[in-house]
Design a protein around this ligand. Structure first.
Ligand SMILES: Nc1ncnc2c1ncn2[C@@H]1O[C@H](COP(=O)(O)OP(=O)(O)O)[C@@H](O)[C@H]1O
Ligand SMILES: [Mg+2]
Length: 228
């Protein structure tokens, strides 16, 4: 088999704001091609630099996080020149699509496990930046995989970790409102269970700070009303 037909772009999965996602094959392995696309409003050279930077940022984060034992797709190729990541295709369903098919009793252990994965991420100094139920894939064996590290950052600050959790809370309220309470509580329990194993358990501070962020959000809204 020649190298050229060992890489097969089979079909488009999604046209995103920033990247197009294709599924296909890479030397016999089922893969995802995440290809950051050119934005016409950006000048050519600047555009290539931005796409290369974001590709490196996401690819490196995936590689680092995987080394630390977190379930993320393995990166097979990181091609900055073409703004392309070739990664393992995770067989499963997005948590968002799975939710309506699950019994309540199945949701709780799943969210507990999501909480454990996010805690491990935070303990190792990573902020995901976009924790949503579309960026979590659940396999047939109910394993939790995190994807989409396009907004990943390194940080050890309580505030950044709270912001990560706050975003997830808002997603749950807006997308899965009727399940929000039990699912978010299970998520927080799983999150805390990982922190409890450490000498310095910051999880209480991180979780408490979510309310502070929410209060600030409300003040901003009120100020906007008063002065806007
Ligand atoms: N490694 C993967 N395995 C299986 N499906 C994936 C994988 N990566 C992405 N996808 C699918 O493509 C969609 C978009 O990918 P994502 O990285 O989240 O890009 P976007 O920035 O457009 O949200 C995901 O919601 C998921 O359905
Ligand atoms: Mg996504």
């Amino acid at each position: 088999m020649s190298a050229s037909n060992s890489i097969v772009w089979e079909k488009i999965l999604r046209k995103g704001a920033e990247a197009n996602l294709y599924e296909g094959y890479w030397f016999g392995k089922k893969v995802i091609f995440k290809h950051r696309i050119k934005k016409d409003y950006r000048e050519n050279i600047l555009d290539s630099i931005i796409r290369a930077k974001r590709t490196i940022n996401e690819g490196r984060a995936l590689i680092k996080v995987k080394e630390e034992g977190i379930n993320v797709p393995q990166v097979y190729e990181l091609d900055t020149e073409n703004a392309l990541i070739i990664m393992k295709y995770i067989e499963g369903q997005k948590l968002k699509d799975l939710m309506p098919k699950l019994a309540n009793s199945e949701k709780i252990p799943l969210f507990y496990n999501v909480g454990k994965q996010i805690a491990t991420l935070h303990i190792n100094g990573h902020i995901h930046g976009d924790i949503t139920t579309s960026n979590i894939i659940i396999t047939e064996e109910k394993q939790v995989f995190l994807i989409d590290f396009g907004l990943h950052e390194y940080s050890d600050s309580i505030e950044d970790k709270s912001v990560d959790l706050h975003l997830f809370k808002r997603v749950l309220i807006s997308t899965h409102g009727k399940d929000f309470k039990p699912c978010f509580n299970a998520f927080l329990e799983g999150y805390q269970s990982e922190y409890k194993l450490l000498e310095n358990d910051d999880s209480k501070l991180i979780i408490k700070n979510i309310s502070a962020i929410e209060r600030r959000g409300r003040y901003v809204k009120r100020d906007e009303k008063e002065f806007g």
